[in-house]
Ligand binder design. Structure first.
Ligand code: FES
Ligand code: FE2
Length: 371
């Protein structure tokens, strides 16, 4: 019997994990004293920067009668709801003023909060922490703070360049993520005459090991048909180049390629917007070719092409998924996808019981596939 699993066998509520940081908007699109709408895990948000440039995120619904706060007025410090003029501090959601109150009415205004989220700017994005307990604040309590800072790209020198790319996909977070870690689609989805063709397919063997909340493709010499590798060979001996790829819950893939003092690092996330839509954001940083004109543009072009090919594929896949087909995960090519579902289940189980998370991998594993 082949070992098959049905990835759809997930409790629908398990689709989007709370208690984590998520990328909300690219930082360069959020200007001071203005308001922007965003959605994360089906939560409507209003995002902005105060007059000093500090970002903030509030639930986009007034705690009074639900008016979207993005329609209000923002003076760079407080946000005034467009319906009855209640004012809120944008950083903690605390109510500052209720204009309808008369001098002898002693409602405690400062005990009222608009929903407010921990918010940080990190590596080209505004990140928002989505806590476990429903809407933070939004009523009579201040928010719960994130227990750790937002994820960062690993960098190995002071000077570097960086760029980001985004693509929205009409599939659930799960399909977005397993599409990202799937090693077998490369020769079919990403073929191009200047890149690789189905004829360059060959057997690959990679070692994986468990890491907290995820798994790692252990440091290895990158596959000869990978893009950064082809470029890196201009800088270093083939065997001096190593790459490490990690996946950690809820949605983070990091890749680090090093060749002597040169490095290329990326942090890719697949963010649940709604149950049926996700967005992929790739941020890369590197210290190679900083001084060479056009190379960063070329690299961005190659990555944009890749992301677009993935986006287009998932758009087509969404058509098929409407009809709820049976899905299969096969060994070894889909084993990372299986680990993803198992990690997610283990994470939820640990939360439910309060016990420590039981990692689905007992130890290092070697996987083989052709791509
Ligand atoms: S709905 Fe916002 S002040 Fe009334
Ligand atoms: Fe891909």
């Amino acid at each position: 019997m082949p070992d098959l699993d049905l990835p759809q066998r997930q409790a629908p509520d398990a689709l989007m994990l709370t208690g984590f940081w998520y990328r909300a908007l690219p930082a360069d699109r959020v200007h001071r004293n203005e308001l922007y709408k965003a959605t994360l895990l089906e939560i409507p948000l209003v995002i902005g920067r105060d007059r000093l440039g500090q970002p903030f995120a509030l639930r986009d619904a007034c705690p009074h009668r639900g008016m979207p706060l993005n329609c209000g007025r923002f003076d760079g410090e407080n946000l005034e709801c467009g319906y009855h003029g209640w004012q809120f501090d944008v950083h903690n959601g605390q109510c500052q003023l209720i204009p309808s109150l008369t001098a002898d009415q002693n409602l405690k205004v400062d005990r009222i909060y608009a929903g407010s989220y921990s918010c940080e700017e990190q590596d080209s994005f505004i990140w928002v922490f989505i806590p476990d307990q429903g809407t933070p604040g939004a009523g009579f309590a201040p928010r719960t703070e994130a227990s750790e800072p937002a994820p960062q790209i690993e960098k190995f020198s002071g000077k570097y360049r960086s760029a980001y790319l985004q693509a929205e996909m009409p599939v659930s977070i799960d399909h977005g993520i397993i599409g990202l870690m799937d090693p077998a689609h490369g020769p079919f989805v990403h073929q191009a005459w200047w890149w690789r063709t189905q004829h360059s397919m060959h057997e690959k063997k990679k070692n994986f090991e468990p890491i907290p909340n995820g798994f790692r493709m252990s440091a290895h010499t990158p596959s000869s048909n990978s893009a950064p590798y082809k470029l890196l060979r201009l800088y270093a001996d083939a065997d001096a180049i190593t790459t490490t790829i990690d996946f950690v819950l809820p949605n983070i893939r990091t890749e680090t390629i090093r060749a002597g003092k040169y490095w290329f690092s990326s942090l890719t996330t697949v963010t649940p917007i709604t149950r049926s839509h996700c967005r992929i954001d790739v941020v890369a940083a590197w210290n190679l070719f900083r001084w060479v004109p056009f190379v960063p543009e070329l690299l961005k072009f190659v990555f944009a092409k890749f992301v677009e090919q993935d986006r287009r594929t998932m758009e087509l896949q969404a058509e098929g998924l409407k009809h709820n087909p049976h899905l299969m995960l096969i060994d070894d090519a889909d084993r990372p996808a299986k680990w993803y579902f198992q990690l997610k289940a283990a994470h939820l189980e640990a939360k439910r019981t309060g016990a420590e998370m039981k990692h689905p991998m007992a130890g290092a594993v070697t996987l083989k596939w052709r791509s």
